[in-house]
Every structure is written in C-alpha cells, then in structure tokens.
Design a protein around this ligand. Structure first.
Ligand SMILES: Nc1nc2c(c(=O)[nH]1)N[C@H]1C(S)=C(S)[C@@H](COP(=O)(O)OP(=O)(O)OC[C@H]3O[C@@H](n4cnc5c(=O)[nH]c(N)nc54)[C@H](O)[C@@H]3O)O[C@H]1N2
Ligand SMILES: Nc1nc2c(c(=O)[nH]1)N[C@H]1C(S)=C(S)[C@@H](COP(=O)(O)OP(=O)(O)OC[C@H]3O[C@@H](n4cnc5c(=O)[nH]c(N)nc54)[C@H](O)[C@@H]3O)O[C@H]1N2
Ligand code: SF4
Ligand SMILES: [Mo]
Length: 726
C-alpha cells in the first residue's frame, strides 16, 4: 500500500519540503509538500527525480576493494580493519598529516556526516583538510570572519521588505536563491516585489534568465566586480548616501574614505567594462532606495578578486545602513549559537600549507594545492586520502593534474553513492547514504534561513540492508584505529560502552548516535525543545524575524563591525594600483560558468529523468566572436588555455558579452561500473580541465573558475561527447 512521507530535499540549499509516495520501500513519486511551513514552491525536477539516484543501476551498496584492476565486494568489518591498519602504518611512518580528506558539497547537508568526518580527522590528528568551500564560498566565510568575527555568521536576505535588489554574479532563476544563506521561493518573491515597484539590478557577463527579468542588467567584464563595487562605494560616499550611525559604529570606516579617495571613477569603469554613467545610475538607485540589499554569489567568489568583491558587497550594505535592517541582509541567530560554538571548537592547526606555503582558509587547505601536496616529497607528504562526497577532478581546477596525483597515493578511499571520475583510482569504495534514507537534524542551518525555521527531516526510505551511515563508518574507523574521536580521550570508551549496553538490554536506541550531539547543542541553545521540533513533520517557523542581533553577537576583538579588515584592505589597495586587465594575446577570450535547472554540480547529469536531447555541455559565445573564428552553432570548438584543452560544441548566442565564452561545469565525469565490466558512462566534457590550480584569489585561495583566459578554434575532430546521447 502506498504511503506518503514528508521530509525535505537535500540536493541544494533551498531544501524544499517534499512529499514522497512510498510503496514497498520505493519512492514511486516525489512532489512538493504543500503543507510545508516554509518552502515548497522552489520544488524542481531534481527533487522530483531524486529516487533515480537511490535506484542508480551502479549504486554502491557494500564496500568494494580493488584487487588488481577489478573491484570485489568486502564486508564493513574487513573495510574498517584493512583501511585502519594501512592508515595506522602510514601515520606511524609519515605522521598524521600524511593522511588527508576532501569533503565535497553534499557532506555539508548532513550534520552527522560533517561532524564525525571532522571528529575522525581530529582523532588521527591530521591537519590535511580540504573542503569544497575552497572552490565555492570561502571568500564569503572569510569576509564574515574578518568583518563580524566568525566565519559562521552569514547574513540572510530579507526579501519581502526590499525595494532595491542589487544581485551580483548569481542566477536565481535557475540556481535558486541560495548561496551560504537561502531565501525560499526567493526569486519569485523578488519578482513579486518588482511588480510592486522594487528595482532589480543584476550584474552578470551573461544575460541569464534572471538578468532577462531585471530592470537593469550590467554585463560586466568577468573578474572585475570589485572595480564596479568600489566605484559605487565612491559615488555613495561622495554623495553622502550613507547611514551615519552605521558608519560611526564600524571600526575602520575612515579607511573606506581613504580608499575611495584614491580611486578614479573612469579608471574603475574601464576595468569593469561598464560606462561611468551606468555605474552612477546604479549607485544612486542603490544608495537612495528606501531599503536595499547587495548580494553576490559564485560569479564573484570564483574569481581572482573574489574576496575583495565579496567584502565590497558587504561594505555597500554596511555604509548605506542595510546590514541587519529590514529589507537588507539580516543576521538570523538561529536556535544554536553556531558562531560561538565554532569559535570554541574550530581545530587549531598550522596557518600555512606545506608545499606552497599559502595561508589556510577556514582551517582548510585549498583544493588547488592537493596535487602538489600528494606529489611533493618531504615530511608531511600526503600518502593517503579520503574523498568524501566529492568529485574534485571534475568540480575543481585542473582535473588532469589532480587525477595524475591521485594515482600516486598509497591509499585512496572514496565514500560516494557511485564511482565517479574522481574515484577512478580508489583502492576502496565505501557506499554513501542517500539523503532520502537519512534522518536529518542540522543545527547549523538555523542561521542560514531567511526566517526562524527548523525541521527535523525524517527519512522517507529505509537504506539498503547492512549499509552504514558515514558517521558510523568514521566512528568505527576511529575505534578500529584506537584513536579518540574529536581528539578527546575517553570519547571512544563512551561509544563502546553505550554499544555494549544497547546489546545487553536489546535496546539499539541506547547506542551512541549523533543525536546525542544535537540534543546537547539544542539544550545549550536553550530556545527550542527536541519534542516540539520532532512533532512537526512539515517544519516549524518558530518565531518572527528579528533585526539588530548582529551587533549583539559580533565576535570581533573590539565588539564592532570591521569595515576594512587589514588583509582585504591591503589587497584592495594592491588591485587599485595594479595595471588594468589586458587581453592575453594567446588566450583572448574569458571563460565563465553557468548552471542549468536540471544540473547539480557533477552528480545528476547521467540521470535519465533530467536531461532531454541535450545531454552535454557546450560553449556559448557571442556572434561576433564566433563569426571572427568562423564558427557556427553546432560546430565543435577546440578550447585551449594555459592549463589544458577541451572540445565543446558551439552555441552562438546574443546573451553573452563579447569576449566572453560560457560553459557549464560538472560534465565529463565518467560513472564506472565497479560491479562488472560495463563501459563507463560519460556525458559532456570536463571544462574545468582548462582552469589553473595556480591562479588563485590570494585571500580565499579559490581558483578562477570564472574568468579563465582561453583561445577558441574550430576543432578538426568531432569529440564523442558532442553527440547528443538521448
Ligand atoms: N567551473 C566551475 N566549477 C565549479 C563551480 C562553478 O560554478 N564553476 N561550482 C563549484 C561549486 S559551487 C561546488 S559546490 C563544487 C562541488 O564540488 P564537489 O562537491 O566536489 O562535487 P559534486 O559534483 O557536487 O560531487 C558531489 C559527490 O557527492 C556524492 N554524494 C551525493 N550525496 C552524497 C551523500 O549523501 N553521501 C556521500 N558520501 N556522497 C554523496 C555525489 O554522488 C557526487 O559524486 O563545484 C565547484 N565547481
Ligand atoms: N540547478 C542548479 N542549482 C544549483 C546548483 C547547480 O549545480 N544546479 N548548485 C548549487 C550550488 S553548490 C551553488 S554554490 C549555488 C550557486 O549559485 P549561483 O552562484 O547563483 O550559480 P550560477 O547559476 O552558476 O550563477 C553564477 C552567475 O555568475 C555569472 N558570472 C560568471 N563570472 C562572473 C563575474 O566575473 N562577475 C559576475 N558578476 N558574474 C559572473 C555567471 O554568468 C552565472 O550566471 O547554486 C546552487 N543551486
Ligand atoms: S534540488 Fe530542487 S527540489 Fe531539491 S531543494 Fe533544490 S530547488 Fe528544491
Ligand atoms: Mo556550491
């Protein structure tokens, strides 16, 4: 008999409430949960087809061990025993830092997964942590750390009272209104505000479906948002469109004046490729609107100037009095004081990386540095790596170099639902859990919500028999290796004895579970009760929006907002003094990225329900650029950069700024068949092979995933991936 179960989707940060029709432990239909307390209207085709991953024909259901060039099934005990023994030997010979871990995007959606993978790294004492944030949002977290005192102090958009949306490097019509913080049904509500008279300004080199709807679209030169934002800041300060109280309450406000005094409007306009009059116009609109918000996403963060750009976005909000005010960007305190917890718990480790000596950001080394850390001999050289819920060869920069480095590891363990490109050289494949099979309660999300909202997500399906959740795998591995979880002697003993009690009493619920941690956090937070949360399957809006909490929560040394943190300010100065960007003669075009509604980074492209005929990425270019190169839609282009080359089918488009070409990331990732001999499945091409792992934003260490200099020519051969596969 069919039954409907309610939970939320965990594919993207929008986390729509969903209703799952279950028959015999199969999700036969997934739709929006129309009784959801917070969000169901963003529901999309990715949520609808989520069961295709659960039932993926190549899904991993047991650990698999590589023997020669094949994989054989192994028991969980065998996996923990063998992996534990190899890791203990490597740690004894080469030290704990010889064992690294990369955590990808879905890792952040499960609290138990994230907490216990981290607890395990602390157990072994390794500082070789790599995180997807270094190809995504570390710039934003760094700005929060330096301006507000904690990387975990995001500001959420306050859509419903906003009169002027200044949105930079984001395409909410397809990717939704989520990056670091989220706004459910955000884009539709922005358009609703627009119908009531609000202005929508979008900054993007491509006329995206979002930009199509904007009142003003500024087609900026990639990587130069900082120049536009600084020019706007200058105009706003010069015209006094500032909020005197907000400015006087921030440390370092006078430095902003110094910086803009040195800036020349025409020079900045030339850098970003937007006429000075257009900049003056948007500065006036933003500066004089009753309420307004500036918000940027990855279009800014994934450039060489991302942190300065992110910072200036926050500064524009700050000086015009939009920070933590109605219609601006609010601090949502959530139900657990995440920032304080993080402040107390964040593991201390060395400040710089071993090989390149680059600063660590948010306690992690940039993914860009991973290949060198594997291949460069010396103390601390990485010998073993766990790739946990990630596909860095495709989603990160210079996949070819990373792929070659992964081959050199003594031990590569990959935890995932299927074996993808990055897991090609794995010695062990460990099955990941699908979120439809997972109970979830994530205290950290409380501060990322636009309104005070909480939901305990119940699993909709039972997991495959015998499978272990990631937290349990890491816990068992720590027990096996005799290394204390969280680095706290005694923790393992608690886990062991609770398991004994559970066994003796026949009550499995008495065994240690991550809920112990969330209970404790909830108690410490003191705002909400476990029972009240769990009794609301459609989620719970537990309070009204509050304004002004940011000032009370700041964790900076002087308790004030830092308007001009030293390192960012110095970098902004450096940028201002640097020569204006020039086109590289060998690589005259700038490659940027896009997303489609059907995609989720690299992990949905093979799903039959998602893509129609066009199951591959392509190269979009302006008609003038295409004509100059003798290219037309459907031709195959050879795209080269200083790092690599890729062949992509061309689409000529008016929507792209001349000089800019666009291709979607996440394609060109093989899906292997470790169970048999079937050929790998492959769609599209890995356009990140073109991205350098050495050209990084010097502050966030994020590579220039946007704004890669490339050359384009007609390809002489037609690549296999160019043919539509279905
Ligand atoms: N050029 C360019 N590159 C980009 C971007 C861009 O805009 N332009 N965007 C960047 C961004 S924003 C991001 S977030 C990164 C993503 O970078 P990654 O996170 O490294 O890559 P994903 O493709 O998201 O891979 C996620 C993997 O997790 C697996 N998975 C899904 N759910 C689970 C689970 O519950 N448990 C386990 N164990 N595994 C699971 C999936 O099968 C998949 O293999 O890519 C970045 N790359
Ligand atoms: N459908 C779908 N939704 C997703 C995802 C997905 O893969 N698919 N991924 C999720 C994840 S992990 C994330 S982090 C978010 C990302 O959310 P967004 O950042 O909103 O994602 P994109 O749609 O890639 O939008 C980035 C925009 O920046 C523009 N851009 C590129 N370079 C520049 C530049 O130099 N300056 C400016 N101003 N703009 C530039 C691009 O043209 C693009 O339109 O989306 C999430 N939602
Ligand atoms: S993937 Fe679609 S359904 Fe799932 S949370 Fe994101 S927007 Fe909602
Ligand atoms: Mo992301």
């Amino acid at each position: 008999m069919a039954e409907t179960r309610f939970t939320y989707c965990r594919i993207c940060e929008t986390r729509c409430g969903i209703a799952v029709t279950v028959e015999g432990n199969r999700a036969v239909a997934i739709g929006p949960d129309r009784n959801h307390a917070y969000n169901y209207r963003d529901f999309c085709v990715k949520g609808k087809t989520a069961a295709e991953v659960v039932e993926h024909p190549r899904r991993l259901r047991t650990p698999m061990k590589r023997v020669g060039d094949r994989y054989v099934e192994a028991s969980w005990e065998e996996a923990t025993r063998e992996i534990g023994a190899t890791l203990n030997r490597i740690i004894a010979d080469d030290g704990a830092d010889a064992v690294g871990m990369y955590n990808g995007n879905p890792w952040g959606y499960s609290f138990s997964h994230a907490t216990f993978s981290s607890a395990w790294m602390e157990a072994i004492g390794s500082a070789s942590r790599y995180n997807v944030g270094s190809i995504d949002q570390h710039s934003e977290m760094l700005v929060a750390e330096l301006m507000y005192g904690s990387a975990l102090m995001p500001l959420v958009p306050d859509v419903d009272d906003c009169d002027c949306f200044f949105l930079i490097g984001m395409n909410p019509a397809e990717s939704r209104f989520n990056w670091v913080a989220s706004a459910p049904d955000g884009w539709a509500r922005v358009l609703g505000r627009q119908r009531d008279g609000a202005q929508v300004i979008i900054v993007d080199p491509r006329r995206t479906p979002s930009a199509e709807r904007a009142d003003i679209h500024l087609a900026i030169r990639p990587g130069q948002d900082w120049a536009l934002l600084l020019a706007m800041l200058k105009i706003i300060l010069d015209n006094g469109w500032t909020d005197p109280l907000a400015c006087s309450e921030a440390t370092g406000y006078h430095l902003l004046r110094e910086l803009t005094a040195d800036a020349d409007l025409d020079g900045l306009a030339t850098r970003c490729g937007i006429p000075p009059e257009a900049i003056e116009d948007v500065a006036r609109r933003f500066g004089t609107a009753r309420t307004a918000m500036a918000w940027n996403h990855t279009g800014v963060s994934q450039t060489l100037t991302g942190t300065v750009g992110n910072w200036l976005t926050h500064v524009l909000n700050l000086v015009t009095g939009r920070t933590d005010r109605p219609g601006g960007r609010r601090f949502e305190r959530g139900f657990v004081d995440v920032a304080k917890l993080w402040d107390n718990m964040a593991p201390a480790n060395s400040a710089t990386s071993r090989v390149r000596g680059l600063p660590k950001v948010i306690n992690t080394i940039s993914l860009s540095e991973l290949p060198a850390e594997i291949t460069t001999p010396g103390p601390g050289q990485m010998k073993a790596l766990i790739i946990d819920a990630g596909n860095p060869v495709v989603s990160g920069p210079d996949g070819e170099t990373l792929d070659a480095a992964l081959q050199e590891l003594e031990l590569l363990v990959c935890i995932d639902l299927v074996q993808r490109e990055s897991h090609r050289h794995a010695h062990w494949l460990i099955p990941g859990w699908h979120w439809l099979e997972r109970d979830e309660f994530h205290p950290l999300w409380g501060s990322l919500e636009e309104r005070p909202f909480v939901q305990y997500a119940f699993r909709a399906l039972d997991p495959p028999e015998g499978i272990k959740e990631e937290w349990e795998f890491f816990t068992n591995l720590a027990l096996e290796m005799r290394r204390p979880l969280f680095g706290k002697p005694g923790f393992n003993a608690i886990v062991r004895s609770s398991r004994v009690v559970a066994r003796l009493t026949g009550k499995p619920g008495l065994a240690f579970s991550p809920n112990w941690v969330t209970w404790a956090m909830l108690r410490m937070g003191g705002r909400l009760k476990w029972r009240d949360i769990k009794s609301r399957p459609h989620g719970w809006v537990y309070g009204e929006k509050e304004y002004g909490n940011l000032r009370k929560s700041l964790l900076t040394d002087d308790g004030r907002i830092q308007a001009a943190p030293e390192s960012i300010f110095a970098e902004a100065r450096r940028l201002l003094k640097s020569p204006p960007p020039e086109s590289d003669k060998r690589y005259p075009l700038l490659l940027i990225n896009r997303r489609r509604l059907q995609s989720m980074n690299s992990w949905t492209n093979e799903l039959p329900g998602l893509f129609g005929r066009q199951r591959h990425n392509e190269l979009e270019m302006h008609e003038d650029d295409a004509a100059a190169l003798g290219l037309a839609t459907g031709d195959v282009a050879l795209v080269t950069s200083a790092t690599g080359e890729v062949e992509l089918p061309v689409r000529v488009s008016e929507a792209v700024r001349p000089g800019v070409v666009v291709s979607e990331h996440g394609w060109g990732s093989r899906i292997f068949d470790p169970h048999g001999d079937a050929e790998p499945v492959l769609y599209g091409a890995n356009r990140n092979l073109l991205v350098s792992n050495e050209q990084l934003d010097p502050l966030s260490q994020i590579p220039a995933l946007n704004g890669t200099p490339v050359a384009v020519a007609k390809a002489t051969s037609r690549p296999p991936q160019a043919a539509p596969a279905s």
